[in-house]
Design a protein around this ligand. Structure first.
Ligand code: NDP
Length: 328
């Protein structure tokens, strides 16, 4: 098998959405331990924006953005025995997803079960596995839990609302428009606060009878800090897992003491699916909750892969809700 050409979104410098350009690139045969896949769909995630702007550093330039995709195996590298040509596969942790075809190490891959489309898999692997670890392993959510989840109508947010409800929790969300509030209320949230119009700290205090929540999941970062801490009951947990508005600035540990002996963590999916066993268990848990219909994956936006820049602009302008996929 010799090298041939494929198309991918290549970033040659950091910057605005305009740095994302479709190009022809070489596609060598898969190396040992890799397979070649043809994408059916590629997931759009906020982390792709962080790499594009330079908030997170790309390993090198030029760089093919994107960590999540789903497709069909078309060729095997040497030594690959656990995958076969024709397998339907998905992944959430390997740079280079914004492409028509690619090579990928098999350690990133899971097989997609019958009954879940490749488009759905591309939409949910990264966001859904994130929700799995946030609700089950960062803080153990159960029927007694009262939680606050920011950006409730976003990709991660709509999955989180449904999954937290299925675990029996009382689920409070925030969202940036009245339409998004309505959407979140249809996806498991008991209460949704429009945080552009209302003071979410006061509203959370009202909803919880002054007690505060057990845990806040905050992916907004700069704009919601330190206010999120004021929503938490004494000895509760602040989970800072994203920077949609910019990173949280450095703060003194004393702040956690002043706010009520709080726990704080800054987790990332990649540390929770680092071993093959963790990846398998996390993905299986996601597949099970989706196959049981407790969590529905809606894909309100699809864009051609070549329009990845426009998709980024819409995501950053808070125009999207739920999940988004790029179609090669
Ligand atoms: P979303 O679909 O949730 O989009 C981000 C949302 O954040 C927007 O729709 C918007 O909703 C809200 N937002 C608030 N302020 C801003 C702002 N200044 N600029 C842009 N958006 C803003 O994205 P994803 O589902 O892809 O990701 C959600 C968050 O979760 C991201 O911060 C991402 O980095 C994080 N994440 C972290 C992971 C981890 O393991 N640590 C893994 C996966 C995602 P609204 O208009 O309602 O305010």
């Amino acid at each position: 098998m010799s090298s041939r050409k494929t198309r991918a979104i290549v970033m040659r410098q950091t910057g605005g959405p305009e740095v994302l350009k479709i190009e022809e690139i070489d596609l060598p045969p898969p190396a040992a331990g890799e397979v070649q896949i043809r994408h059916a769909a590629v997931g759009l995630n906020f982390i792709d924006v962080y790499f594009r702007t330079g908030l997170y550093k790309a390993p090198s330039l030029p760089f093919v953005v994107g960590k999540e995709g789903a497709g069909t195996v078309t060729a095997l590298g040497a030594g690959v025995t656990d995958f076969a040509v024709g397998d339907r596969v998905a992944y959430a942790s390997s740079d280079g997803a914004y492409s028509v075809e690619r090579n990928i190490e098999t350690r990133h891959l899971v097989k997609v079960p019958e009954g879940i489309s490749l488009e759905t898999a591309a939409a949910m692997m990264l966001k859904g596995m994130t929700v799995e670890y946030l609700l089950n392993r960062t803080y153990k959510v159960g029927p007694e839990t009262v939680l606050l989840f920011h950006a409730a109508a976003g990709g991660v947010g709509l999955i989180a609302g449904q999954w937290a409800k299925a675990l029996g929790a009382t689920v409070i969300g925030t969202a940036g428009s009245d339409d998004k509030v309505k959407l979140a209320l249809q996806h498991g949230y008991d209460h949704v606060i429009n945080y552009r119009d209302d003071n979410f700290v006061e509203r959370v205090k009202e909803i919880t009878g002054g007690k505060g929540v057990d845990v806040v999941y905050d992916s907004i970062g700069k704009d919601t800090f330190p206010h999120s801490l004021d929503c938490i009951r004494p000895r509760g947990m602040w989970v800072s897992f994203g920077n949609a508005s910019g990173p949280v600035e450095a703060f003194s540990m004393g702040l956690l003491s002043q706010k009520g002996s709080l726990f704080a963590t800054r987790p990332t999916l990649f540390a929770y699916i680092a071993t093959p066993e963790e990846l398998k268990a996390c993905a299986e848990s996601l597949f099970a909750v989706v196959q049981s219909n407790k969590v529905r994956i809606n894909i309100p936006q699809t864009y051609p892969l070549a329009d990845a820049g426009r998709a980024h602009a819409d995501l950053e302008a808070r125009k999207t809700s739920g999940t988004t996929v790029l179609i090669p």
